[in-house]
Unconditional design. Sequence first.
Length: 597
Amino acid sequence: MSETDWPGTRDGGDIVWNTTMNMTLRPGEAIVWKWGHLSPAKYQGSTDLKEFGWRSDGRKVWAGHAADRVCNGNWEYRPDFTGDLWRKGAEKVEHVTAERGELAPEAGETGVIVWKLRSPYPFVGGNLDADETGVKFSLSWDGTKWHDLDDGLEPLFHFPHNADARYDYRLRCELPAGSRLRRIAISNNLQMAPLALPGMRVGENRFTYTDETPGPRQVRLTHEWVERSLSRPPHAPAASVFPADGGRTDGTDIAFEWRPAEDPNGDAIADYHFQLADRPDMAWPLSSNFEKLMSNTADRGLPRYRLPHPGLLTPGQTYYWRVRAKDAQGVWGQGGATWSFTAGGPAPPTDVRLEPLPGDSTRVALRWKPGTLGEKPVKFRIYGSDEKGFTVSDKVYAVNVGASELPRRFAANFTAETAGAELIVLGPGLDVPNANKAFYRVVAVDAAGKRSGPSDYAAAPRPFIYTRPPNRATVGAAYRGSLATIGSLGDLRSYQRKSRFWEVETPRFVLVRGPAWLRLDEKTGALTGMPDTEGVADVVVKVTLERTVRKLDDSQLSWGHELVKEVGTDVVGSVTHRFRITTGEMGFRGQFARQQS
C-alpha cells in the first residue's frame, strides 16, 4: 500500500467511528457487566495475548499480563413468542405467523425474520441456543451480504481478535414450509473496559438507574457478587522505612521502602499498590510514575519502589504517599496511613541557551542559570544528542526507533562536566565527546553528588558548519577535505500507524564557486581534487538542510484518518560557507610549515 492510499471509511473499514455508549434494550434483552474473563480470554486487538513470558529483568511480557485486564461481559436477547411484542424487536418480519408460542411460515411462503444486535462494547464471541425444526440461519455485517451457516451455528460467533472490531451484526432466520421456531436465545460475549466498570465496596452501596424512555417501563436490575469471607484482607504496611515520615531526602533519586505487610490468615503478600501525591488528601496521583503496582516494576515482590530516574520530584516540595497490599488469594487490603516527606537535592538548571562567542562566529557556547530551589549545585554535567527531546545517559541505551533504519541502541550522550555556567559545545576542533550536536541538556550536581533532573533542551542553529577543510594544496598532489554540518534526527512520530523518525534533517552541499579541479560530494560534503596550477582560489559552498514533510488532508483528519495528500521537502535552513585554497608547487607544504614555525 502506498503512503497516499487509505482503504478505510468513516463508517467501516478497519476503524469503527460511529459507535456510542448509548444502548436500547428490547423486551427480553439484557446487558451483563462482568469483572472476570473467559478462559482463554476473548478480546479484540492485534496482539496475541497467548504469547507471553518473562523478560530477562524478571518482568512479564505485556501481552500475557494484559490478559489479566480483559473483562468479558454478556449481551443477551431472548424474545418471547407468546405475544406480538417480539415483532417490534425485529428489524424485519415477513410471512410469519405465531401459533401457541411457536413461529411458523404463512401458507405457501417462506417466513423471514431479521434481528439486529448492537452493543456499545465489541462482540468477541458467544453462542446461539434455538429450539427449532427446519430453520435456516444466516449472518450479515451490513444487511446486504449474507453468510449462510450451513455448517452449524458456531461460526456465527467466531469473532477473530485480529479482525475488524464488531459492534453490530444482523441475524436472519428463514422459515421454509413445515419449519417451526419455538425458542431462541442469543448470547454474545463482550470485551468491557475495566476502568469503566462500576465498583462495589464493603458496606452500603447505592445505585442509580436512568433512561430516556418516556412513560411507564419495566426494568429489572440484578446485582450478583461473591463474598470472600474465608480470606481476610491483609493489613496495610505498618510504617515507612524510607523516606521517614515527615523527613527530608537528600535527592530525588528515591527508593521508597516500607515495612512488609502482614496477613491475618498467614497468606503470602502477592503485590503492593503505591501512590504518591502533592496533596495530603491523596485525591489523585502526581503522575503515572506515582500510581504503581509493584508487580509491574523491577521491584516485583519487594516492599520497595525505586523511581526510574532523578528529577521527577521538585526539591523543597512536600509530598504524600501510601501503600496497600494484596494477598495470595487476590484480596486487596485498605490503604494505610499517609506518610509525608520533603524532597531534597538540586533543581534543574534554567534558561539553557546556545550563544555565539563575541567576535568569533565559528564557536558557540552553551549557557544556563542554576536552579533556585533545593541544594546549591557545585558542578554541572552537559549532555548532547541529535535526537530531539533525548534522554540524558552516561552509557549506551536502547531507543524505540520504530521502522527507522537508525540503530536501536544509541551511544552515551555525556559531553563534559564543569563548575562554571557555560561550555563551548559548537565549533571546529573541540576535543570533547558529543560536541557539535543539535540539542543539549544540563544536569546540576550538589556537594553530596546528588543530581537534578535534566533541563529543557537547547537547540543549536542549523545548518552549522563545524569543520574546516585544508586551505593549502599542492600541484599534482591529491587534495582531500570535508564540510560537516549539524542536523537533527527529529523524534519518534507516528503516521498511518507506522512509527519512525520521520523528520531527519538531510544536508545537501552545492559548490557555488571554486577552482576547476575541485569536486564536492553533494550528500557527504567531501572535497576532493588534483590541483594543476598554482594560485589562490575562493571557494563558496552552500549548505542546505532538508526534511520530508507530509501534508495531511484536513477533511479526512477530522475523522481521525491520516490521509497524506502531498509529500514534499521542507528546507530547514541554509548557510553559505566561504574559504580560500592556496595552491603551490611540490615542497610548498614543507616550506609553509617552516615559515609558520
